[in-house]
Design a protein around this ligand. Structure first.
Ligand code: PEP
Ligand code: MG
Length: 587
């Protein structure tokens, strides 16, 4: 009988094969005392274990970069960087010295302290960094353990074709080894969708479902398993109907992926010859690398809320360090840094900004640039850091949630003050740093002419614009059916934005989620969008639709749809747009 289990859909794709239950030799951390005269020896033993772990990861990262691609190797390199973290090293050494305990135990105590701090983080991505630190610490502990306990995957066969590995959890390096052995899919009991193992599974194209509770107890060795990495479901001992369905999905997916690979090398141009610019949204190193690999023209949205959530926003040098690292990774590609967008769906809970007063409607309250313009010292510090970064590479500054043109004037005044302060300190910056504004508030969308007086570019944030335009909370499942880009009012508003931007000669891009949703690509082209910014994982899919779109035909179909004001439209806008291309695409 079929058994269906659910978990987190962490890496898309369908895998069908036989299960293999990976045994993990549980690592027991013993505590024992050492003599005072042995402290130095213990610290050396600890350093040797860190070096051994680093060598293992370095060697693996190089091999993976060579065989699979630079971004995959970089994910393992992130663990190498964590190994070099001075604060963990110093705290562990201090504990060995002061408590005369063994290195494994000192490391374990430090891990527990760090995990307590991570557990209270709101941002799920940052919270899941705790998983990475645990994995790195475990690796060092396994090197300290002479019996070699904790080494997983010892009994895993060398060839894993058509094999699905079921594990309690996996580290990125273990996953990379499974990939080298040809694993078909991965199921784990623990591990979140934001872990680096999850990111690596996705970038290696291994379908994976994580967080399947009791997977190791409920699944049997060698039984047939269907894994749906898009829905986050696994079916053990599937019946014929399920198997037939998924074999068909697998064939379709293979065809689709092949067609995407062809698109990678093509210029990003529509059938009628319009060049379209594709930029990426991202701030994590692996996202930036993935974006470069896919040939983006720049980073259109670099969100900076992570600085706040990691407690780094109140230090100019730390902020600058993050921006410089991104600039270095991008090697000359433009970087659009968005100033802090806190409040509502991005809570402010650290000391950097005072908690705004409770509002009955936080999405309409003191948030984003409104909060920045209240706490101008903090804001100016970020502007200074962005200005200083602009001396090192092509950087633009983007302001979120603008409502009225005077806000831009206030931002400009603060930018001028920041420049004067840098001049006084003799610090370099780009005097022509472009200043952009996000169009996320309907009233701002209807005031592009006013905004264009003081802005160098605009970026449409449809995630927020849709929620305000349709009065439907972007995070509320109950009203998700209303949150629809095809609403005639929303379509008209977007058309107005692109037309007015063109008439006002202000460059415009769009960085909301719909930019990376291939279902809407034709609609956005028909509306006049020529610069998209999206998560890198969506780039090829969107590029494929662009290369298969004749924009004038799509525009004509859109006009026809907008003119058909009758209550009954017998065909949806997206269907009409697809139909408008059919004769061209030979369908
Ligand atoms: C948006 O609102 O469309 C946007 C890109 O910003 P965020 O999702 O960060 O609010
Ligand atoms: Mg927004």
């Amino acid at each position: 009988m079929t058994l269906a289990l659910t978990g987190h859909a962490v890496a898309s794709g369908i895998a069908i094969g036989q299960t293999h239950l990976a045994e993990r030799n549980e690592l027991e951390i013993e505590e024992y005392r050492i003599e005072r005269e042995d402290v130095k020896k213990e610290i050396t033993r600890y350093h040797q274990a860190v070096d051994a772990a680093r060598n293992q990861l370095d060697e693996l990262a190089q091999r993976i970069s060579r065989n699979v691609g630079i971004p995959a190797g970089e994910i393992i390199q992130i663990h190498v960087l964590m190994l070099g973290d001075d604060s963990i090293r110093e705290a562990t050494e201090n504990q060995i010295r002061s408590e005369l305990c063994n290195a494994e135990w000192a490391l374990q105590s430090q891990l527990e302290l760090i995990l307590c701090q991570f557990r209270i983080m709101d941002d799920p991505y940052i919270r899941s960094r705790g998983e990475d630190i645990t994995q790195v610490v475990r690796l060092v502990q396994s090197k300290l353990n002479e019996k070699g306990a904790g080494k997983p995957l010892e009994n895993i066969p060398d060839r894993l074709a058509e094999t699905m590995v079921i594990a309690t959890e996996l580290t990125p390096d273990e996953l990379a080894i499974l990939h080298e052995r040809g694993v078909a899919g991965i199921v784990t009991e623990h591990g979140g969708p934001h872990s680096h193992t999850a990111i690596l599974a996705s970038s290696l194209g291994i379908p994976a479902v994580f967080g399947v509770r009791l997977a190791q107890s409920l699944l049997k060795e060698g039984e047939t398993l269907v894994l749906d990495g898009d829905l986050g479901v696994v079916y053990a001992d599937p019946d014929v109907a399920i198997l037939d369905h998924y074999h068909q999905v697998q064939r379709d997916t293979v065809r689709f992926r092949k067609s995407l690979e062809k698109v990678r090398k093509l210029p990003c141009r529509s059938i009628d010859g319009e060049s379209i610019s594709l930029q990426a949204n991202g701030e994590r190193p692996e996202e930036l690398l993935q974006a470069i690999d896919l040939g983006v023209t720049g980073i259109g949205l670099y969100r900076t809320e992570f600085l706040h959530h990691r407690g780094m926003a109140s230090d100019e040098e730390t902020q600058l360090g993050e921006y410089l690292a991104a600039i270095e990774t991008l090697k000359g590609l433009p970087l659009t840094i968005r100033t802090l967008d806190l409040g509502a769906d991005k809570p402010t809970d650290s000391a950097d900004y005072d908690q705004p007063s409770r509002s009955a409607n936080p999405a309409l309250g003191l948030r984003a640039v409104r909060l920045c313009l209240r706490d101008t010292d903090q804001f100016k510090m970020q502007l200074r850091a962005i200005l200083r970064a602009s001396a090192a590479g092509p950087v633009s500054c983007l302001i979120p949630m603008l409502t009225s043109a005077p806000e831009v004037v206030m931002v400009r005044t603060l930018l001028d003050e920041a420049r004067e302060e840098l001049d006084e300190s003799g610090l370099a910056y780009d005097p022509n740093l472009p200043l952009g504004g996000m169009i996320e508030v309907p009233a701002a969308a209807l005031s592009i002419e006013e905004f264009s007086q003081n802005l160098d570019f605009i970026s449409v944030g449809t995630n927020d614009l849709l929620q305000f335009m349709l009065a439907a909370d972007r995070a509320d499942e109950e009203v998700a059916h209303l949150y629809d880009l095809q609403h005639p009012g929303m379509v008209r508003l977007l058309r107005h934005i692109f037309r007015t931007a063109e008439a006002s000669r202000i460059p415009v891009s769009l960085c909301g989620e719909v930019a990376g949703d291939r279902r809407y690509t034709r609609l956005l082209l028909a509306l006049g969008l020529r610069e998209f910014s999206m998560h890198p994982s969506r780039l090829l899919e969107v590029k494929q639709v662009i290369t298969e779109t004749h924009i004038p035909r799509a525009t004509a179909a859109l006009t026809q749809w907008l003119n058909n004001t009758g209550n009954q439209r017998d065909i949806s806008l997206l269907q009409l747009l697809d139909q408008s291309q059919q004769t061209l695409l030979g369908q």
